[in-house]
Design a binder for this molecule. Structure first.
Ligand SMILES: Nc1nc2c(ncn2[C@@H]2O[C@H](COP(=O)(O)OP(=O)(O)O)[C@@H](O)[C@H]2O)c(=O)[nH]1
Ligand SMILES: [Mg+2]
Length: 318
């Protein structure tokens, strides 16, 4: 089957369930082509239905295994699920993601599941911007739940997680983990904790520590107490309870009016990203001209100071 290149036809095909068209659509968003703008314009009015969940935690905590289990449960409820696995550390989408692909391959035959990995992209950068717009695309093409899995606790990952309505932080019972949580600011972004590998002896200790910290630091004053779930993803233990807590959080977002707030925060980031991306590319163009090079030379020769040069540059980039 051929894939249309016209953005509107491409979007229609993707919405009709054509996986190759959906993959192409996201690739075109990811490569920041000329037509990214057109694609987003077309699909934006169709967004707003999907629940967006983020899942994060240290490498090896069992995030992908949990995602796999969550997919199975959501599918049994008839929900369509998309997964974006973000791995900024990897220049190729190999490694762990490949392992995930093999593990999740039972779902590859399933029309109601779409799994995609986004890695470091070349010159255009902006992984969190691409991820955000990929989420919009998956929302617009009819997925009920979009799950974004990020590894690690770096700034890029934290930025990416801002796009999620519900953030699940997965931890494992290992000494020092809860201290890591505080350090990395995960307490601030977490809506639900999953203590995975709870077959390990230290699990209850970690649960107690987290519960105590949650009690001390309720991250918003509107009464959402972060639940701490015990899971054993590889044996499918505690996953239904985790799903229940996620559903409760989603319901809480609706009734408290926080969902609208989160959506606006998401849109705010999208606007800033669009403008920064535009400004960055026009600054790069201006700097590549003779005038731009001359400005750099002047700066180098100390005939001009950096802020003054920046002001001149911003005037030219308009
Ligand atoms: N003992 C135990 N192992 C688990 C559990 N959940 C996942 N694993 C294993 O932990 C390893 C890492 O899991 P993975 O899902 O790839 O972690 P991720 O890096 O966080 O995505 C795999 O070998 C899983 O089979 C669990 O609850 N208990
Ligand atoms: Mg993983």
């Amino acid at each position: 089957m051929s894939i249309p290149s016209d953005p509107k036809l491409l979007l229609n095909e993707a919405r009709a369930g054509n996986r190759a068209a959906l993959a192409r659509l996201i690739s075109r968003i990811e490569t920041r082509n000329e037509d990214t703008k057109r694609i987003i314009e077309l699909l934006y009015p169709l967004t707003g239905r999907a629940q967006v969940w983020g899942i994060t935690g240290p490498p090896g905590a069992g995030k992908s295994t949990l995602v796999d289990r969550l997919i199975a449960k959501l599918r049994s409820e008839g929900k369509k699920v998309a997964v974006i696995a973000v791995d900024p550390s990897s220049p190729f989408s190999g490694g762990a993601i490949l392992g995930d692909r093999i593990r999740m391959q039972q779902h590859f035959q399933d029309e109601g599941v779409y799994i995609r990995s986004l890695g470091t992209r070349g010159r255009h950068g902006g992984l969190s911007h691409s991820t955000k717009e990929a989420v919009l695309a998956l929302d617009a093409t009819g997925f009920d739940v979009v799950l974004v899995e990020t590894a690690g606790v770096g700034q890029t990952e934290l930025d990416i997680l801002k796009l999620a309505q519900t953030v699940i932080v997965v931890l494992v019972p290992e000494s020092g983990d809860s201290i890591q949580v505080m350090k990395a600011g995960l307490m601030e972004i977490s809506d639900v904790f999953a203590v995975n590998k709870s077959d390990r002896p230290e699990a209850d200790k970690l649960v107690r520590e987290l519960v105590a910290n949650v009690g001390l630091n309720p991250h918003d004053e509107h009464s959402w107490m972060i639940p701490v779930c015990k899971t054993e993803a590889n044996r499918d233990v505690g996953v239904a309870e985790l799903l229940e807590q996620i559903a409760k959080h989603q319901a809480y977002l609706e009734t408290s009016g926080k969902k609208a707030e989160k959506t606006k925060a998401f849109l705010r980031e999208e606007l800033v990203d669009i403008l920064i991306e535009g400004l960055k590319s026009s600054l790069d163009s201006v700097l590549a001209t003779d005038g731009g090079r001359e400005l750099l030379d002047q700066l180098y020769r100390k005939e001009i100071a950096p802020y003054e040069a920046a002001k001149i540059l911003s005037g030219r980039a308009g």
